[in-house]
Design a protein around this ligand. Sequence first.
Ligand SMILES: [Zn+2]
Length: 79
Amino acid sequence: MSSTQKFLLAILPKSWAQGMETESREWMLQCPCGYAKSVWDWGGIRWKAAGNPKKYLRCSQCGEMTWHLCAKGQQQQQG
Ligand SMILES: [Zn+2]
């Protein structure tokens, strides 16, 4: 856990902190190689946010610096 995450978990009311962590875990940063890791696992926070920004990160799997697409993961296609 990053210091930013620890700080926010410490200062926020518990219900907010849980929501923040849950939502940060739902947002996935995906490398073009297919590897995806949650924003939370990157040590980041993404909370009450929309859109699909890109982040320039070093991929844990392929080791390349690539643009990772930020998208809310584990979404079931319905209908
Ligand atoms: Zn990769």
